[in-house]
Ligand binder design. Structure first.
Ligand code: NAI
Length: 683
């Protein structure tokens, strides 16, 4: 096979008659199973079905991994459930053909092997994997509102048993190569240098497949399935509601009803995914996925390769930012005025690294990258300086004056300020363009978004570098203009303040939170305020109040005066036990007013509309992305702006006007709503 007629695949036959089939999808850095890639694969399988080689080894030529899944961009194109089903059935035919080849088949896995990629590997007789920690196997389909749809539900259960398979499919979590080996998913898990040899040996001396233990097989028994299914449903219901996220429930039902009849279960898998994928939830979750890709693409600046980060201020934020950057592979120096603060940072770092990295060598390596630096020696080599000292413009300005002369000419200064306009900080600098905001959220290790705050003087170069840096530390950059509250706090605060107002009116706290979670928020606003810290909420709210005339409820001020700050003090609105809010059950006879949810959500929607009018972000898509990744706004609704479009602006405007007549000016309709009703507004 000297001439290659394929755009994405490269078959090579070795002297033993083994075909090494390389996937190197054209014009992209990551392999996905696009329509075209699968089409060529089908043609190749046709050849191998007619003339089976001695063995077929499928491998990737990309450094990013094996195959990252199906092509999510194609998910939005289906006109009907029928059309989706045909596409899925085509995938089934291809996987079945691979499974039925009359020769040993081996998938060589390293890096990411996800979704359809893992399903393809499962249709091979064997899998071998690089045992490096960068190898990640998973079926994350539930995160997109579907479940595996290329035969993966059947094959994974057959391979590893129902308990492990359901755990992987219902949570969508990735597993390491060693975990995969332990559960029987891999023939070999070896160091990268032995990977190809392991694949070759697997073809030449195919290992005997290990059957599942009898008790695991028993769990698939017709009588036991309904009992176990009930348990799975109970587990899933604790995390998500069936109305909002139907996919995990559909998966459990698929197994419960059809396992045991392989052909039927495969057929029903296709029907189920076709239904899910064309449904509301999946379409919106696909939208969220694509928004995430859009944010990542803002961080692409290929020729920027920062190495050293210097963080000033080792408190709650600076400490965690430094810890995170070192975890992500950067050399970090962390400066503070106090020794004790730096000692605390190292202690926190050890705790996080131990949890995340597990292996002692990797923990030591990460700790080695994080250097306490009272004297600020790291300034001279820093490519980026992150400032996270007290929220005080005078103190910050003083600091900038002293550090600038020590910096490299192209180093940027990134402030984590949450409220001070960059214009009030930059004029002490020789090079004002180098100041940009990097607004991280607390806790840094959990919050995926970073607002890239641009003042009037911020240079494009500083903005691009800050975005690229954010992407390099596995965070999502969202460019916003320097204006009060930026995007996320500005949209979040009115919602939280409305919740406090409801609490003041005597609405039971649990009811307020339940109304928000019923809408799809991951956590109710009262619990969220307690978690963020009521002192922090008060500070942000007062700042917004000052600039935008938002009222700050007295009740919040009282709580802070009484030092009831929330989770961190064990008592805020709720009492916290072992880090969990204790929510008293409301009085049985209490009947809540029907508009609680509307009041909470409309405050948010009105504010996002105002942000668009003020040009805080560049587009509606970026506004949605920011609010979803910054506040957790119900992902299955596709974002607040998308929700306005879906539910209909006219209807929401009427609702807002009704609330304004009932509750006054805080519900005053923002002029920005016009963009949704006048057809010539751009998106
Ligand atoms: P913090 O009070 O916990 O930490 C500030 C640290 O800076 C202290 O350890 C202090 O010793 C140190 N420091 C002060 N002046 C210094 C100087 N000249 N040189 C070296 N170290 C100095 O404050 P926190 O909460 O970490 O906030 C820091 C910044 O991050 C503020 O601008 C704040 O607005 C912002 N922010 C805070 C968030 C939060 O949830 N706490 C969220 C997002 C931003």
């Amino acid at each position: 096979m000297s001439e290659n007629n394929y755009k994405h695949w490269k078959p090579e036959e070795d002297q033993d008659g083994i075909v090494w089939l390389h996937l190197d999808q054209a014009d992209t850095s990551t392999n996905v199973l696009s329509y075209e890639v699968l089409g060529e694969f089908e043609q190749l399988l046709e050849v191998y079905t007619n003339q089976p080689p001695r063995g077929l080894i499928i491998l990737s030529d990309k450094s990013s991994g094996f195959i990252a899944g199906a092509d999510v961009k194609e998910f939005g194109h289906f006109e009907s459930e029928d059309e989706a089903k045909q596409t899925i059935e085509r995938g089934h035919r291809i996987m079945n053909q691979l499974e039925n080849l009359r020769c040993p088949t081996v998938a060589v896995l390293k890096g990411f092997t996800l979704g359809g990629g893992l399903e393809l590997a499962l249709a091979c007789k064997y899998r071998v994997a690089d045992r490096d920690y960068s190898t990640k196997l998973g079926l994350p389909e539930v995160k997109l509102g579907i479940h595996p749809g290329f035969g993966g539900t059947v094959r994974l259960i057959e391979r590893v048993g129902i308990l492990k398979a359901m755990d992987m499919m219902l949570t969508g979590r990735n597993i390491s190569a060693s975990a995969a080996k332990r559960m029987g998913l891999l023939a070999y898990s070896v160091p990268e240098r032995h990977l190809l040899e392991a694949a070759r040996n697997t073809v030449l001396k195919p290992p005997k497949p290990k059957p599942l233990p009898w008790w695991l097989k028993l769990l698939n028994n017709k009588q036991l399935r309904p009992l176990l299914a009930k348990m799975f449903v109970k587990q899933v219901s604790k995390r998500v509601s069936r109305n909002h996220y139907p996919a995990p429930f559909a998966l459990i039902e698929l197994w419960c009803r059809h396992y045991g009849n392989r052909e039927r279960m495969l057929r029903e898998e296709a029907t189920s995914v076709a239904r899910l994928i064309t449904g509301h939830t999946a379409q919106n979750l696909v939208r969220v996925f694509l928004l995430q890709e859009q944010l990542k693409s803002l961080g692409r600046m290929n020729d920027y390769a920062p190495k050293h980060v210097h963080v000033i201020g080792g408190g709650v934020m600076g400490g965690d930012i430094a810890i995170w950057c070192a975890l992500q592979g950067f050399n970090v120096t962390i400066q503070d005025q106090k020794h004790e603060t730096l000692a605390k940072v190292l202690k926190r770092a050890y705790k996080l690294y131990k949890r995340r990295l597990k292996r002692p060598l990797r923990i030591t390596e990460a700790l080695d990258r994080l250097t306490p630096d009272m004297a600020g020696n790291g300034l001279v080599k820093a490519d980026i300086v992150v400032e996270a000292i007290f929220e005080d413009a005078t103190v910050k300005r003083e600091l900038y004056k002293t550090i600038e002369p020590k910096l490299k000419a192209d180093a940027i200064i990134a402030t984590n300020t949450s409220s001070i306009p960059l214009e009030e900080l930059c004029d002490v600098l020789e090079d004002q363009g180098r100041l940009v905001g990097l607004h991280f959220f607390n806790p840094v290790a959990k919050m995926p978004l970073v607002e890239i705050v641009c003042g009037k003087a911020t240079s494009d170069d500083a903005r691009n570098r800050a975005s690229a840096f954010t992407k390099k530390i596995s965070r999502l950059p969202l460019p916003v203009i320097s204006s009060p509250g930026f995007l996320v706090n500005r949209v979040l605060m009115p919602y939280l303040m409305e919740a406090v107002e409801l609490a003041r009116e005597g609405v039971p706290l649990k009811i307020i939170d339940d109304e928000a979670t019923a809408f799809g928020m991951p956590m109710g606003p009262i619990e969220l305020a307690d978690t963020v810290g009521l002192d922090i909420c008060l500070k942000v709210a007062e700042n917004l109040g000052q600039h935008m005339g938002m009222d700050v409820p007295e009740l919040l001020k009282q709580k802070v005066e009484q030092k009831l700050l929330g989770k961190k003090t064990g008592q805020g609105f709720y009492r916290f036990e072992k880090g969990k809010a204790v929510k008293p059950a409301p009085d049985k006879h209490y009947t809540p007013h029907a508009d609680i949810q509307d009041r909470l959500i409309m405050r948010m929607l009105n504010e996002i509309t105002a942000c668009l009018r003020d040009g805080v972000v560049e587009s509606e898509d970026l506004a949605d992305a920011g609010v979803i990744f910054g506040t957790g706004f119900a992902p299955f609704r596709g974002g607040p702006v998308h929700y306005i479009h879906e539910r209909g602006a006219e209807q929401l405007i009427k609702l807002q006007e009704k609330l304004a007549s009932r509750y006054g000016d805080r519900f005053k309709l923002d002029e920005g709503w016009n963009r949704f009703i006048s057809p010539d507004q751009d998106n």
